[in-house]
Design a protein around this ligand. Sequence first.
Ligand code: GLA
Length: 735
Amino acid sequence: MRKLRVVLAVTFVSLFGAAMASAQPSISYSEQKKVWLLQAGEQSYAFGVNERGELQSLIWGGKVRDLADIRPAKSLPERASFDLSTTTTPQEYPGWGAGLFTEPAIKATFEGGNRDLVLHYVSQQVDGDELRITLKDILVPLFVELHYRVYPGEGIIARWSVIQNKMDKPVMLESAAAAAWSLPRGTGYEAHWLTGRWAGEWQQQSAALGPGSIVIESRRGSTSHQANPWFEVDRTNETTETSGPAWFGELGWSGSWRITLETTSFEQTRITGGFNPFDFGYKLAPGESLTTPIFYAGYTNKGRGEASRIFHRFQQSAIFPGGDRARLRPVLYNSWEATEFNVDEPGQIALAEKAASLGAERFVIDDGWFGQRKTDNAGLGDWYVNPQKFPHGLKPVIDRVHTLGMDFGIWVEPEMVNPDSDLYRKHPDWAMNFPGRPRTEGRNQLLLNLARKDVSDYVFNWLDKLVTENDIAFLKWDYNRNWSEPGWDAVPVDEQKEIYVKYVQNLYDILARLRAKHPKLEIESCSGGGGRVDLGILRYTDEVWPSDNTDALDRLVLQDGFVRAYSPGAMMAWVTDVPNFLDRRVIPLKFRFLVAMNGSLGIGGNLNHWTEAEMSESRAMVAYYKSIRQTVQRGAFYRLMSPVDNSASATEHVAQDGSQAVIFAFLQAQRFGSPFPTVRLRGLQPDALYRIKSIDDKLESAPEVLSGDFLMHHGVNFNLVGDYDSSSIVLERQP
Ligand code: GLA
């Protein structure tokens, strides 16, 4: 019934065009023009079938009134004899064939040697906010279904492809993208993306786009610290943090991936993303299909900040488990930096008591509780409770944690094995390897080949048992190395490269089954910090650990990069000890807390060493966080002053309903006696009145109640001095 209604609406729009403009359907189609128009928030997206039968990209950008404004697709001419029309014409999903020199969306080798693949339009189907376009090779029944899911409220379009082999022979896929997005033709674009390394994730990169490609990718088997599958492209001379056009996207895939931002010789920028074609091979047997990752994208003309906010809202409502109904992230305590592998029953209970007294709501035992795990040399794979450290099992700790009013979480690293483990001694073939070749260890560990059914069953079963037998509310799911020797000798040679796809599918499957069976269980995605953060894993995990780097000064910069792409609420942020383990920097407790409060607050210091003064300051900080966390975790984030290249910075979070705004101000280092710059606020209601409350005496005297207009135009002044000074104020909108 639902389907029928939508199809009728689509037909109606195509007949009456402009008259229906106000209805703004998410998907409309003109049979006469063979053009589709997708409307998502500020974003309009259109494509059509050209005279050759190719699906041609037409529009990506700001709002189009309706289909009447869009011309039918017409291929572009060949240029001289070198750039054929198939290369000059931007296609929605080009196969490598027929003279294509730009980035293909799909490349295949057919039985008998043919490598020419030319996809033409066959049919369409609309189902609610989802459009499915079927393409087929001009000669053989290799089909590609292009899926477009429109999120009208959130302003996002999601695209993915399903490749179907309806031939009676297998075909070998050598690359398969989710989608290709084409920008309006011309020069003057600038690309932004995120790169990093262990303890140095989320570094913001920018470069002007010119002829050639910027390739961001991971060949590592997982998302990686090296680059994150997010991009934003804007106009060099037009776009700022607060204004101008921005096109942006994220690929939801936790395996090897690639996004190519390619500018052709004809000033056509195309952004193609999907499985990384490097070392890729997927054999589609007759009747089989392959579904690509999902590539999400959006557009705004309100600048880079709004591009981030659109993604944040989308993630909160459409990606994160539970969506808007998910519970707020609890304040957690984790002893990793305090005790490392030296966890035991009395030690953990003592820390739990201290953590509870600060107001922590969740207590997490990190690495070291299982098998013969004393250092990182041994134990991964043997998921029984270590009897020396916890002679009575986990129950006494969990019970105590509960009586202290907290829930209990535990660290696991299910995809890994130490060669020094019972599991490896029993199943050496379960580790990824090329038989007879060396197995390269990283942190003394190897990867379990999750693509194998026996391995993924084993992993699911022990996790399920652990969560069933113990009252566990939370798993910190770690993943501490990248792939090497990705062999899978249990399947025929021409299927072995499917490991890149099947591993990740099985990982998602385990997470989905665990969550289905234990609906209250929450999971954090960690990979030596932020090595596995993407919109694929975030459909199954409630939060991520963005970096092992907990130095508050570095965190300011890392967090500024993180929130370009991901919602602050998903970002776990601990307050840890000083001197920091990494940079040896000593930063005041207050600054450390206020930095961490820009995400989901956690505490990771050795509370046994905290003075009574520090404990009481922390208690007040935790209470303050609880009063603003709804705003931080679910609100709109504004980058008022970036900490990158600045010694002063400020952030603002505005509650979804506008009733509260929280401002954090940080003076990393005062230079030449400069006063802290005026902080002008954003995202307030101009005519509303806000009561201002400061957590300290750093706010320069101002009336207690000010209008949104005043606060946005004239701002507030903080009297911050010296190094690592900080403050925070809360604005409550007056009724
Ligand atoms: C990784 C995580 C850390 C910690 C250790 C434990 O590095 O990112 O937070 O859990 O593993 O070995």
